[in-house]
Design a protein around this ligand. Structure first.
Ligand code: CMP
Length: 140
């Protein structure tokens, strides 16, 4: 089925000028950009986005990292977009990511892993609504 998923190009990738390289991988894989904008997250926005991880040992560092510079938030659309994006990203920890994935090719560590992608239809719905109004999402 055609799905939408929320993607974030994180501060480490934005600061290293990797936006185009990463978007190119999505487009070459047949995903289309249905919404996209650059945003400097506030602490409250980052904490709310990652609320499910509150209490984990890496939570404070994760929030610190996500507000350390601008990110690109985007909605990707396509056939099985949620899984397709997760396959393009590779494993959360780049050390475990398969060759040819975004995280294997570009990311330096699990806490600077270049990209985020929704992990289920329920989280995609929540995460898309967290950043975009429905009128901002243009599915072609
Ligand atoms: P993401 O898909 O954005 O969701 C939560 C993030 O927490 C994850 O990617 C990682 O970048 C980050 N993180 C930092 N440290 C860890 C860790 N030890 N285990 C899992 N995720 C971590």
């Amino acid at each position: 089925a055609v799905e939408q998923t929320l993607s974030i190009i994180k501060p480490d990738a934005v600061s290293r000028n990797l936006i185009g390289e990463i978007v190119s991988r999505f487009e070459k894989a047949g995903l289309t950009i249905a919404a996209q904008r650059m945003v400097q997250l506030s602490r409250a926005q980052a904490e709310g986005f990652y609320a499910e991880h509150k209490g984990r040992p890496f939570f404070d560092g994760l929030v610190e990292f996500m507000v350390s510079g601008p990110v690109v938030v985007q909605v990707l659309s396509g056939e099985n977009a949620i899984l397709a994006n997760r396959e393009l990203m590779g494993a959360t920890n780049p050390a475990n990511a398969a060759p040819g994935t975004i995280r294997k090719d570009f990311a330096e560590a699990v806490d600077r892993n270049c990209v985020h992608g929704s992990d289920s239809p329920a989280s995609a719905a929540r995460e898309i609504a967290y950043f975009f109004a429905s009128s901002d999402v243009i599915v072609r």
